[in-house]
Write a protein that binds this ligand. Structure first.
Ligand code: SF4
Ligand code: SF4
Length: 501
C-alpha cells in the first residue's frame, strides 16, 4: 500500500512566498547566447557561421552522440559570434557558444510534428520528434527525454513529476496552473509511447490551484492526479516511485529497471509542444526569487537570454547579491549576471550577500541521520570522508547519497556535509578509474610476460625440432654414403677378381 510520502526529508516553507503564483512572458531578448555543450554528452558542432541569418526554431548545432539533442535558435536574427563565453556551470569554466543578435521579428522556421490527432503517429516517429525538438529533462537533470522514453521496457506506470525540486521554486506550479490542458495532452502522448496502462501526475498538497486545474482538464480514466505531502526531496525520482507505488528502485538502478517511466511536468508540456504543435524547445519557465528581489515571479523566457534579462523584471534591491541557479539546496552559485539561461535553469535565487557562518566541530547530535531521505548515516560518512577513507564510506553506502543537503540544513555545527560527500564520490570515481588503469597495465604486463615465455618456448621447440631434423638428415646422409661406399667396394672387389682371373 503506497504511503504517498517517505521517511526523512524536510518540510520547509517557501522562504519568499507570493500571494498568487504568476507567469509573465519575458520580452524577446536583444541577443541570446547558446552553449554547444549541454548537460550530458559531447559538444555539438555548429551548422552556422558568423554572419548567417537564422530563424527561430532552426537547428544551429548538433552531434551524432545519441545522448545529445540538437540546439535550436531561440530567436530569429544574425549569428554574431561563435566563441568561448561564461556559462552557468559549477566548474566556472567558459564554453563555446553561438551568439545570435535579434532582428526583432521572431520569425519561425516550419517544423514537422504529428498534429492534434497524434494517435495516428507511431511511437518511434514521436520519439524522433522529441529528439529533434531538443527536449531534455527540464526538472534540472537535463537528461535527453527521447533516451529516457525509449529506454523503459514493459512499462506498467507512467509517473509525471509535478513536485517542485526545492522550496521556493514555483516554475512547475505556474506551468500546471497556466498550461493544464497541454500537460494532460502531453501525458496522453507519453502513455501512447510507453504503453503503460496508467499514469499518475504527482502534485504537492500546497499547490491547490495547480491540482484543481489539472483535475478540471483531465478526462482520461487512465490518468490520475495524486496529491502528496509537500516535503523536500519528494521530487527525487526513486523517492517518488517509493511514495506512489511502494516499489524500491535498487541501489545504483533506475526507474526503468522497475518498469516505471518518470517525466517532469515541464518536460511533458515540452513534449506536447513538439509532437502536437511542431515547436522545438526554445524557451522555458524560470522562477526568480530570493532576499535580493522585491517581486519574486515566474517568467517564460527564451533560452540563451541573460539572467539579468529577467532578474531586472523582479525589482532587485540595491544591495550586493549572490546568485544561485537551481535552488537554495542543490543549486550552483553563478557569478555573472550575464550568464545565459539554459534548459536546466528552473530557478535563480538572488540573495543579499551575507557573512558566512563559521563551521564548528561535530557534536554527535544525530540530527543529520533523522532527516536523510535515503537512510544514510551522514555523521559516519562525514568522518570517513574527512579522513579520505573512501572504502569505509562506500561500506556505508556513500554512493546512494543524492546530495540533497538535508543534513547540512539541520546540522547545528554548520558542517557542509554534502560537499564532503560530493568530494568523496568524485575521489571514489577517480580511484575506480585509476584501479581500472592499474588493472589494465597489470593485464598488459602479464600478457607480455606470457607472450615472451611462449615465444621462448616456441623457439626452443623449433630449435629442438630443427636439431632433430638435422640429426635425421645426417644419419640419412651417412647411410647413403655407407651404401655408396659399400657399392663402390663391391665394384672394386669385382674388378680385382676379374683381373686375377
Ligand atoms: S548534525 Fe552535524 S553536529 Fe549533528 S551529528 Fe550530524 S554532523 Fe554532527
Ligand atoms: S546529502 Fe546525502 S547524506 Fe545528506 S541527507 Fe542528503 S542523501 Fe542523506
Amino acid at each position: 500500500m503506497p504511503s504517498y510520502t517517505f521517511t526523512g526529508g524536510l518540510v520547509i516553507d517557501n522562504p519568499y512566498p507570493v500571494k498568487e503564483v504568476g507567469l509573465v512572458q519575458a520580452p524577446l531578448p536583444g541577443k541570446v547566447v547558446l552553449p554547444l555543450q549541454q548537460r550530458i554528452g559531447g559538444e555539438a558542432v555548429p551548422h552556422v557561421k558568423v554572419g548567417d541569418k537564422v530563424l527561430t526554431g532552426q537547428v544551429i548545432a548538433s552531434t551524432e552522440d545519441i545522448f545529445c539533442v540538437p540546439i535550436h535558435a531561440s530567436i530569429s536574427g544574425t549569428v554574431v559570434a561563435i566563441d568561448d563565453q561564461y556559462i552557468p556551470h559549477k566548474s566556472g569554466l567558459k564554453s563555446t557558444c553561438i551568439t545570435i543578435e535579434s532582428d526583432g521579428k521572431d520569425q519561425w522556421i516550419a517544423n514537422e510534428g504529428c498534429g492534434s490527432d497524434f494517435l495516428h503517429c507511431d511511437q518511434s516517429t514521436m520519439i524522433e520528434y522529441i529528439r529533434t525538438s531538443g527536449i531534455v529533462g527540464l526538472g534540472g537533470a537535463g537528461y535527453p527525454a527521447h533516451a529516457k522514453v525509449g529506454k523503459v521496457q514493459d512499462c506498467h506506470t507512467l509517473i509525471i513529476n509535478g513536485t517542485e525540486c526545492e522550496p521556493g521554486i514555483m516554475c512547475d506550479d505556474a506551468l500546471m496552473q497556466y498550461h493544464p490542458r497541454e500537460v494532460i495532452r502531453g501525458v496522453e502522448i507519453l502513455l501512447h509511447i510507453c504503453g503503460a496502462p496508467r499514469a499518475i501526475v504527482a502534485v504537492e498538497d500546497d499547490k491547490q490551484v495547480a491540482f484543481h486545474s489539472l483535475l478540471m482538464y483531465n478526462k482520461n480514466e487512465r490518468i490520475s492526479i495524486q496529491q502528496i505531502p509537500t516535503k523536500y526531496t519528494s521530487g527525487t525520482e526513486k523517492l517518488l516511485i517509493k511514495a506512489l507505488l511502494d516499489i524500491e528502485v535498487p541501489s545504483g538502478g533506475y526507474a526503468a529497471d522497475v518498469g516505471v517511466l518518470c517525466q517532469n511536468v515541464a518536460t511533458t508540456k515540452a513534449i506536447f509542444d513538439a509532437v502536437v504543435d511542431s515547436k522545438p524547445l526554445v524557451s522555458r519557465i524560470v522562477t526568480i526569487t530570493g532576499s535580493g528581489v522585491e517581486k519574486p515571479n515566474n517568467y517564460e523566457v527564451r533560452l540563451g537570454a541573460s539572467f539579468d534579462h529577467i532578474i531586472s523584471k523582479s525589482q532587485p534591491n540595491n544591495n550586493s547579491h549572490t546568485m544561485r541557479m537551481g535552488g537554495m539546496m542543490m543549486g550552483i552559485d553563478v557569478e555573472d549576471i550575464n550568464a545565459p539561461i539554459c534548459k536546466i535553469t528552473n530557478c535563480i535565487f538572488v540573495n543579499n550577500k551575507s557573512k558566512p557562518i563559521p563551521v564548528q566541530e561535530c557534536i554527535r547530535c544525530g540530527a543529520c541521520s533523522d532527516v536523510c531521505p535515503v537512510d544514510l548515516l551522514p555523521q559516519q560518512l562525514y568522518w570517513y570522508s574527512k579522513n579520505e577513507d573512501i572504502d569505509k564510506a562506500m561500506d556505508y553506502n556513500l554512493i546512494d547519497c543524492i546530495e540533497c543537503r538535508c543534513c547540512d540544513y539541520v546540522c547545528p555545527s554548520q558542517i557542509p556535509l554534502a560537499e564532503y560527500f560530493a568530494f568523496s564520490k568524485a575521489l571514489h570515481r577517480k580511484q575506480v578509474i585509476e584501479k581500472e588503469h592499474i588493472d589494465l597495465s597489470r593485464e598488459r604486463f602479464e600478457y607480455r610476460e606470457y607472450r615472451l615465455e611462449r615465444n621462448k618456448k616456441e623457439k626452443a621447440e623449433m630449435m629442438a625440432a630443427k636439431k632433430e631434423e638435422l640429426k635425421k638428415k645426417m644419419a640419412n646422409d651417412k647411410a647413403q654414403k655407407d651404401k655408396i661406399a659399400a657399392a663402390m667396394a663391391r665394384v672394386n672387389n669385382k674388378k680385382a677378381n676379374n683381373k686375377d682371373a
